[in-house]
Design a protein around this ligand. Sequence first.
Ligand code: NAD
Length: 313
Amino acid sequence: MLADANVLITGGAGLVGSHLAEHLLDQGSTVHVVDDFSKGTRDRVPTEATLSTADLTDQAAVAEVITSDLDIVFHLAAYTDTNYHDGQKLFEQNTTMTHNVLERMKEVGVTNIAFTSSSTVYGEAATPTPEDYAPCEPISIYGCSKLADEALISTYAHSHGFQAWIFRFANIVGKHQRGTVIPDFIEKLLDDPETLEILGDGRQEKSYMHVSECVEAIQHVVENADNTLNTYNLGTRTTTSVTTIADIVTSEMDLDPDYSYTGGERGWSGDVPRMRLSIEKLASLGWEPSLSSHESVRRGTQDLLNELAPIST
Ligand SMILES: NC(=O)c1ccc[n+]([C@@H]2O[C@H](COP(=O)([O-])OP(=O)(O)OC[C@H]3O[C@@H](n4cnc5c(N)ncnc54)[C@H](O)[C@@H]3O)[C@@H](O)[C@H]2O)c1
C-alpha cells in the first residue's frame, strides 16, 4: 500500500521522521517532509524527499503543506523535550499542531493519519503494559499532550471518516538522536572521560528500540491493521537500566570513568522509572523486533559515535 503512496511526514527532519522518510523512499513512496527545524536539521532529510519549512502551529502554513493529493499523513512533529521547562508551551504546541493537521486534512479530504504517541500516556503503569491498560494516568505534561492528541485523533476517526494508526513508542534510539540519555552520556564523556554523572539512581529500567526497527514496524502496522482506529505499542520485549546504558556507552568509547549519581528513583520530575510495553498485539499482527533492548542501545551508541567521529577526531 505504501509503495505507491504520496506521503507527508511532519517532523521529518527529526530522529524518527528522517529514518521514516528514508525507509518509505526505499519502499517506493513519494515523500514530502515538513519541519520547522526547531530541533531537526536539513541535512538529515533525504535529498529525494521534497522539503517544506513551516511551523505547524500556524494554520496558514499547515494549509500550504497538506493538499488533497496526499494519501496519508505521518504526523511526527512535536515538542519532544520530555524534561521540559515550559509545560504550557509544550502542551499548547503539541495539541495545536495536531488539531491544525487534522482540521486541514478534513478540509481537503485526506483521511489517513499515522501518529507517534508515547509510552508516557500510561504513566506509572504495571508492566508489560498492554494497549488496553486503563486508566491512562500520565505524570508529565509531555505524556498528557500525547494523550490529548490521541483523543483528538480518535474523534476525527470516529466522527469524520478518518482511518488512524497510533503508535505508542518505547524509547527510540539511533543516528541523529539529540537530548536523550545516550547522546547526553557521550557528550559528557567527550567533555570529561574520567567521570560520568548519571541522573537518578541509575536503576531506572526502560525498553529501548532501534529506529530502523521502529520504522519497519510502523510500515507493517499501517499496511496490515485495518480498523478505524489502530493503536499499537512499539518496543522491545526487554529493558535496559540507566547504569547498563552507561556501561554500554563507556565500553563503546573504550573508557572506564567513575560514575556519580544525582540520586532519587527518577531522572527528573515526570520521569517514569520503569517502562516496558507489551508487544503482543504487534506480534500477533506478524511483526517482532530482532534486536533486544541492550542490543538496540549498543547499536544506537555506535550510530552516534560514527556520526560524531569526524568532530571528535
Ligand atoms: N524518540 C523517542 O524515543 C520517542 C518516544 C516516544 C514518542 N516519540 C514521538 O515520536 C515523534 C518523533 O520523535 P523524534 O525522536 O524523532 O523527535 P525529534 O524531536 O527528533 O523530531 C521532531 C521534529 O518535529 C519538529 N517540530 C517541532 N515542532 C514543530 C513545529 N511547530 N512545526 C514543525 N515541525 C516541528 C522538530 O524540528 C523535529 O525535527 C514525536 O512525535 C515524539 O513525541 C518519540
